[in-house]
Write a protein that binds this ligand. Structure first.
Ligand SMILES: Cc1cc2nc3c(=O)[nH]c(=O)nc-3n(C[C@H](O)[C@H](O)[C@H](O)COP(=O)(O)O)c2cc1C
Length: 335
């Protein structure tokens, strides 16, 4: 399924500045999802892959006395990147120093978030329209820390402003050591296909690693994307919701050429239960509220899944969730 050229190209570690990662598959930052609990599950199947925290506001961090939970990393959790967002280079530099103290192996700056609340304040994808500020941010953060600084962005603001080639070059010149390109415009949100052809073009003009992001939902998609774009790695996002196996499946395939058998619905439900329990232990009631969406993402692909999703979306306690999942498992066992 994948060419000898691709195999050779990906057989060496991913070099992010002076930091080496022994995997070409990355778990993307996902707000409300990639907390410590979720990352532990992903890492079980992808021990060498790079993971990202949820994005952290540098302004909020500046005003906080304590380190927020979303920035917390396990002491043995490597490789790990802490993602920051903001438009103020000074706050971002300060936040980056705190992130390094927390254990970040790299600092990633979010220049792709499409959410109005963020773009109105000059952060996320609005930086695509303010490249001089984006450059100043990268320069100042690079000066503030001695770990590699990376950027995650989109191909442009909208179809009239696909500026990624110039923008990516500017980020590299400012000192970014890797760039991840979500191959959609800000106007696309998460709709339409990812336009991987733009990643191939970015790859042609940069010398730093380029990571392809957008629509990596399977091993096949990852291989196709790597073949088509020449990218140095792929980053998985929505494909991991309720499926913490994806990064590991792709990583295993790229390393061995062997496709792992997919987990059974029962294994997915056991994983959901573990996720729920861990979120409860880590975050208490807030964890239960957050767990509802995760639980509905896990419950799919079997008779009765839709009904179970409805019930799981309403759970108030960890025990309710466990009882529902146990009952579903029992039914599957007896089928
Ligand atoms: C629920 C959700 C939360 C996200 N949070 C972040 C985030 O914190 N930082 C970031 O850079 N991108 C974030 N993204 C964007 C993804 O990392 C990724 O770029 C996008 O989903 C495209 O990949 P996909 O088509 O494989 O999903 C988020 C996306 C989703 C769906």
């Amino acid at each position: 399924m994948f060419s000898p050229t691709l195999k050779t190209r990906l057989s060496s570690p991913l070099k992010i500045g002076n930091f080496e990662v022994n995997s070409r598959v990355l778990q993307s930052p996902l707000s409300g999802v990639t907390d410590l609990v979720f990352r532990r599950l992903v890492r079980r199947y992808a021990s060498e892959s790079m993971m990202y925290t949820e994005m952290v506001s540098a302004t909020e961090l500046h005003h906080l006395k304590q380190m927020p939970k979303i920035m917390e990393v396990d002491s043995n959790e490597r490789p790990i990147s802490i993602q920051l967002f903001d438009c103020r280079p000074d706050f971002l530099a300060e936040a980056a120093q705190k992130a390094v103290a927390e254990g970040a192996d790299t600092i990633d700056i979010n220049m792709g978030c499409p959410v109005n609340k963020i773009t109105k304040k000059g952060g996320g994808s609005s930086l695509l329209r303010q490249p001089h500020i984006a450059e100043a941010i990268v320069r100042e953060v690079v000066n503030a820390v001695d770990v590699p600084v990376t950027v995650k962005t989109r191909i442009g603001w909208d179809d009239e402003e696909i500026t990624i080639l110039d923008f990516a070059k500017r980020m590299q010149d400012a000192g970014a050591q890797m760039i991840t390109v979500h191959a959609r415009t800000r106007a696309q949100g998460y709709n339409g296909n990812a336009r991987w052809e733009w990643i191939a073009r970015v790859k042609e003009v940069l010398s730093i690693p380029v990571i392809a992001n957008g629509d990596i939902f399977s091993v096949e998609a990852a291989v196709q994307c790597l073949e088509q774009t020449g990218a140095d790695g792929v980053m998985c996002s929505r494909g991991t919701l309720g499926y913490p196996y994806l990064v590991g499946e792709i990583d295993h395939f790229l390393k061995t050429g062997e496709k792992l058998p997919p987990p059974t619905p029962i294994q997915c439900l056991e994983c959901a239960k573990e996720h729920l329990q861990a979120l409860w232990e880590y975050k208490g009631d807030r964890g239960i509220r957050q767990a509802r969406k995760h639980m509905t993402w896990y419950a799919k692909g079997f008779v009765g899944a839709a009904e179970l999703r409805g019930q799981l979306s309403l759970i108030e306690t960890v025990q309710q969730g466990i009882d529902l999942i146990d009952r579903a498992i029992e039914q599957l066992v007896n089928e």
